[in-house]
Design a protein around this ligand. Structure first.
Ligand SMILES: N[C@@H](CCC(=O)N[C@@H](CS)C(=O)NCC(=O)O)C(=O)O
Length: 334
């Protein structure tokens, strides 16, 4: 694993030392925005037009951030308009790779061997982390955006005229509640598992462990009285929590030492997880082989033997009890 400095690859692990044992996530750097006709993005970002076949998603099936974008692509009916290539689950000294013999789809579009080459094709002097997901523009031959939260928003609305799919995962009247839940879940759960698992000081680990489980307790309580995080409608907030929950018992509980209790022991979170897992289209976006092989094999500082555990058995297909709460599905589905 490593990063690019002025276009040169440096194989190095996260620097927690200079942050007192903390893992500090670098902000995504490529932030252009796709809109229906190429107008600027919501905060004035440079805009590009939504066109069929123009964009391509580069993902890892193991990665929770990339997984969000795959779910949105699926539920918004974008599979025919936006292609996908996935990396091998093994992120080794050259970073994410497109080696077919290690489980990648290969890269039929740019024919690169390593994900970092997409970054240097975009900008030969790129400096920063080389992350998935990355949204590629075939016209300009560059990555236009590498921030999953923003890719979700674009896929939610920019292509609606082309697909006729009006499902809305970020309805205007629910934005305040979605934004508030997202902020809490991002900091303490989505990124919280990483801050817990990558900590290199005991006190730092314990601080993030406490914050993680306090937030899981908040979400457990929230889901006692309402079907989804923003109420009766399923929104992007649920997709964003789902990709962490579905990895939790298989990976974060053991590998990242997030082991106060598994999700299976939270009555509401576990039933909610099963409902989402069984949502039409969702199950096929989840690849436990990639998920487990990635984490246990690619973090030698945490798991030097690279043994991938066989368990646990998860029973995500078992019935859930969420019909006891009123649910309206996804806004715009009628
Ligand atoms: N802010 C980014 C984070 C993406 C991210 O960190 N992806 C991980 C995989 S789960 C990655 O590619 N890490 C490689 C690295 O940090 O060098 C997003 O949400 O899109």
């Amino acid at each position: 694993m490593g990063l690019l400095v002025e276009g040169e690859w440096r194989d190095q692990w996260y620097d927690t030392k200079s942050h007192g044992g903390e893992f500090v996530r670098e902000s995504a750097k490529l932030r252009d925005w796709i809109t229906p006709a190429g107008a600027a993005g919501p905060d004035g970002q440079p805009g590009l037009a939504a066109e069929p076949g123009r964009y391509h998603l580069y993902v890892s099936l193991a990665c929770p951030w990339a997984h969000r974008t795959l779910i949105m692509r699926k539920l918004k009916g974008l599979e025919g308009l936006i292609g996908v290539s996935h990396t091998s689950p093994l992120m080794l000294d050259q970073g994410w790779s497109y080696r077919i013999d290690e489980g990648s789809s290969g890269d039929d579009l740019n024919h690169v061997d390593y994900h970092r080459q997409l970054y240097t094709l975009s900008d030969p002097h790129y400096t920063g982390r080389v992350t998935v997901p990355a949204l590629w523009d075939r016209h300009q031959r560059r990555i236009v955006n590498n921030e999953s939260a923003e890719i979700l928003r674009m896929l939610n609305s920019a292509f609606d005229e082309l697909t006729g799919n009006r499902l809305d995962f970020y309805p205007a009247d629910l934005r305040d509640v979605i934004d508030a839940v997202n902020a809490d879940v991002y900091d303490n759960i989505n990124n919280g598992v990483y801050k817990t698992g990558f900590a290199t000081e005991q006190a730092v680990y314990e601080k993030h462990f406490e914050a993680l489980f306090a937030c899981l307790d908040r979400m457990e309580a929230r889901l006692d009285g309402q079907r989804y995080l923003a109420g009766a409608w399923l929104t992007e907030a649920d997709i964003r929590l789902f990709t962490t929950l579905v990895r939790f018992d298989a990976v974060y509980y053991g590998h990242f030492k997030c082991n106060r209790q598994p999700i299976a022991d939270f009555p509401n979170l576990s039933n909610y997880l099963r409902e989402l897992y069984q949502w039409p289209g969702m199950t096929e976006t989840v690849d436990f082989d990639h998920i487990k092989r990635h984490y246990y094999y690619s973090h030698p500082t945490i798991n030097p033997t690279r043994i991938v555990p066989v368990g646990p058995s998860l029973a995500l297909d078992a019935p859930h009890d969420r019909e006891r709460l009123p649910g309206q599905g996804i806004r715009g589905a009628d």
